[in-house]
Design a protein around this ligand. Structure first.
Ligand SMILES: C[S@@+](CC[C@H](N)C(=O)[O-])C[C@H]1O[C@@H](n2cnc3c(N)ncnc32)[C@H](O)[C@@H]1O
Length: 211
């Protein structure tokens, strides 16, 4: 399969990490892991998110579909994380393995069917009392100036990522983005923050126990 990130992986962090790092730090403040926890980053990309979790002495695992992104992640993390090539819609992990699963800026680029399959897989590999950290685009309302400017930058990036990526992004926002997916998946929001003038959302979630 063609890797959509093959020409892009080497410059991804230079383009986006100044913006992404702020979002990652908000996520860490929402859920500070303790030593020994098992953490999975789904769609881990270049490993920048996992790198921030190294200081907590957790067992770090990253999964990604892109060999090019994983190569950058391997260069960055070395033996500090287990990095697996694979589709998050069919994860190679046993049930109930992880205390924390993170998914940042990946859901919006997946097809609708893949999104549902990935969230089902995440619920399977998460411990019953585990947490899910979701970070992705938010459908507004957008605040004047900050929100509109941020939306413009996002639009350029999503168009540059190619037609299929852009179509999935449009579908994600038009269908309610994270709030709608969380509702459909019967997940419970413990904490939530809307950032960058209404263009990004961060949710800390747990599995809803059966009624
Ligand atoms: C925009 S990048 C974000 C990377 C990283 N989460 C970050 O915050 O920097 C999206 C990543 O999701 C990965 N991805 C997309 N669909 C996937 C799937 N079905 N399974 C695993 N990874 C996937 C892509 O290969 C890419 O590395």
């Amino acid at each position: 399969m063609r890797d959509p990130y093959r020409n892009f992986a080497g410059i991804y962090d230079r383009l986006f990490d100044s913006m992404n790092k702020g979002l990652r730090l908000v996520g860490i403040r929402m859920f500070r892991p303790s030593k020994g926890m098992s953490i999975l980053d789904v769609g881990c990309g270049t490993g920048a998110h996992l790198e921030l979790y190294q200081r907590y002495q957790c067992n770090l695992v990253g999964l990604d579909l892109s060999p090019a992104m994983l190569e950058v992640a391997r260069g960055r993390l070395g033996a500090a994380a287990q990095l697996d090539l694979g589709d998050a819609a069919d994860m190679p992990y046993e049930d109930g393995r992880f205390d924390l699963v993170m998914l940042m800026l990946s859901l919006h680029e997946m097809s609708p069917g893949t999104r549902t399959a990935v969230l089902n897989e995440i619920k399977r590999v998460l411990k019953n009392d585990g947490r899910l950290l979701l970070i992705d685009y938010h459908p507004g309302p957008y605040q004047p100036l900050q929100g509109w400017l941020s939306k413009l930058v996002i639009l350029f990036a999503e168009i540059a990522a190619g037609l299929e990526h852009f179509r999935n992004y449009r579908h994600f926002l038009a269908n309610g983005a994270l709030p709608a997916l969380i509702d459909r998946q019967h997940l419970m929001a413990e904490k939530k923050q809307i950032l960058a003038g209404g263009t990004f959302a961060i949710y800390l979630l747990s599995q809803k126990l059966a009624d």
